[in-house]
Design a protein around this ligand. Sequence first.
Ligand code: THU
Length: 129
Amino acid sequence: MELLDHARAVRENAYAPYSNFKVGAALRAADGRVFTGCNVENVAYPEGTCAEAGAIAAMVAAGADGITEVAVIAESPVPVSPCGGCRQKLAEFAQGDMTVTMATTAGETKVMTLAELLPGAFDQSHMDR
Ligand code: THU
């Protein structure tokens, strides 16, 4: 199954009663395994979590340690773009020139590298410890 198909499937399980904006994300780990996540909202709005964060948590819990590819999908007018916080979360585990495929449920896709999505990212090189 294509990575985007995994994202499309997990999106069905999204819990988004407040925004009514269901998102699905799938990532391929460096060891080849695929992990998925969906957004999980909360009545205390800031406690909601993004689809990408769920997929990253599943990957780390399973013992994988790097991401080579990501796909994210929503019922949006234009291909859904990961929020700033999720770009930083993805950067923590990105390997090589990682691509992010952004998609609409209607079938439009857009592919960008994480470096394009998060230029000048804060990383370990900015710290002296
Ligand atoms: N959301 C994601 O899960 N991933 C994205 O890439 C964009 C936004 C979620 C957060 C919130 O539950 C809903 O979409 C509306 O912002």
